[in-house]
Design a protein around this ligand. Structure first.
Ligand SMILES: Nc1ncnc2c1ncn2[C@@H]1O[C@H](COP(=O)(O)OP(=O)(O)OP(=O)(O)O)[C@@H](O)[C@H]1O
Length: 417
């Protein structure tokens, strides 16, 4: 315990506080009667975190108490770092738990031959430690594959850290990935901050939506992949990191390279092993199994016992093209759980855009001229995207990869405006 006052208690008792140490702040509390918690304060050369609280008797201030919460501000910074790292770990375990205790492997095992061989390849690749690029439409299960690559690797005891490159503002991504040293920039937390690369040391770093990373950041990432070391912002010290990289995207990276939006050299570094996850419409033989998985998951989550799904509903689910893939199917089942009161999912528990399929004899892509089929599919995708975005056209346009004007044109064409 540091000596804050450089005097013995006997020398201090009974003296005015202003004679013990220079602290006009402490006397504030006697005047304002307002408690202040957790402020950083220089106490005779020690940077502490303290609280001050008034003592009030019969409505009058009779004194005040000051309490040192952290005797050295660096203790708090160390704690913040620890919390940061624990939070990341917690996210990973929470996610795993949310899969209702099923491992990624259990979930990904399906009937579809394409998937069976993909999971087989993933299991082999998991052990190698090579960088993996996961490709596939949104909602196909790329993150689940990333978890599989981690949990089946020799790094499974290490951390699994995810960064969504599209969700972190461009100017923050660098410090998010590489961290920073104290004083790196205005507003930087004292004591610095660990980046995700360092947090993932000994484990796996999952870079989701890598196609949304800015070119300048891509160059920095490339350097880290090549050197296997990072430099925190504001530091010139290189730090070795032992991280297995898994990246994912639903973007057309090859087209982006042609448009000079994605670096070719980074592409080759990431593309050591590529796993392309098929869209759900190409593996309809897995739909039934997935429905069962989600029934179990939501029975558990909602404490219900839904055991049936009407044949009409089932046939609609087998007919739909699932532009939102497994995420869409999962949402549809979750929505049904919110609607039903009995133990059977019926047509009325499904969203409107699915109910209208009940009258159709076939899937939209069966029968007729290709142009008509594409039109039907397009219309369904529009309805789905709008529905999923709660009618928000800007968001729906973004999901569909259309400009706003482009979306309006298509809505008019299908009479959906
Ligand atoms: N085989 C599966 N069994 C059960 N749930 C699955 C399966 N595959 C995916 N899911 C679930 O579907 C949802 C979407 O999966 P995930 O987030 O892995 O997709 P994604 O391809 O990474 O999507 P995005 O590109 O939008 O990030 C998640 O809730 C996931 O748990």
């Amino acid at each position: 315990m540091p000596d804050f006052f450089y005097q013995s208690p006997d020398d201090m008792i009974g003296k005015p506080i202003t004679e013990i140490y220079e602290n006009p702040k402490f006397t504030d509390v006697l005047e304002t009667a307002q408690p202040v918690h957790g402020y950083i304060h220089d106490l005779n050369g020690h940077e502490i975190i303290a609280s001050r609280v008034p003592i009030i008797q019969d409505g009058n201030i009779v004194g005040a108490v000051g309490k040192v919460v952290f005797k050295d501000v660096n203790e708090l910074y160390a704690l913040t770092k620890k919390v940061d790292s624990l939070r990341s770990e917690l996210d990973y375990y929470k996610n795993t738990m949310l899969q209702k205790n099923s491992s990624a492997l259990e979930l990904l095992k399906g009937k579809n031959p394409l998937m069976v061989s993909l999971v087989d390849t993933a299991l082999r690749v998991a052990k190698s430690g090579s960088t993996v690029l996961l490709r596939g439409e949104s909602g196909t299960g790329k993150e689940l594959f990333a978890q599989l690559l981690h949990s089946e690797s020799f790094r499974r005891q290490g951390p699994f850290i995810k960064v969504n490159c599209a969700a972190v503002p461009e100017n923050l991504l660098e410090s998010e990935l590489f961290g920073y040293d104290e004083g790196a920039f205005t507003g930087a937390i004292k004591g610095g901050k660990l980046g995700k690369f360092e947090l993932a040391d000994g484990g796996t770093l999952f870079l989701d939506e890598i196609g949304d990373m800015e070119m300048a950041m891509q160059a920095k990432l490339l350097r880290v992949i090549q050197e296997r070391e990072i430099e925190r912002l504001g530091s010139s010290k290189a730090r070795k990191v032992d991280v297995r990289l898994v990246a994912a995207t639903n973007r057309d990276l090859e087209a982006m390279i042609r448009d000079k939006q994605f670096r070719e050299d980074l592409y080759y570094r990431l593309n050591v092993v590529t796993l392309t996850i098929p869209p759900l419409r190409d593996r309809m033989d897995d739909v039934e199994g997935l429905i069962d998985t989600f029934l179990k998951k939501f029975n558990h989550q909602f404490a219900k016992s839904v055991t049936e799904i009407s044949s009409e509903s089932k046939s609609v689910l087998m007919k739909h093209l699932w532009p939102g893939n497994i995420r869409e199917l999962e949402n549809v089942i979750e929505r049904a759980f919110n609607m039903l009161d009995g133990s059977e999912i019926q047509l009325k528990h499904l969203p409107n855009y699915l109910q209208i399929l009940a009258g159709h004899e076939t899937r939209p892509f069966v029968g007729g001229a290709l142009e008509n089929i594409l039109n039907r599919v397009e219309k369904e995708a529009l309805i789905y995207a709008l529905n999923n975005a709660n009618g928000n056209k800007v968001q729906a346009a973004k999901t569909l990869g259309l400009s706003r004007a482009g979306l309006y044109k298509k809505l008019i064409k299908h009479g959906l405006h």
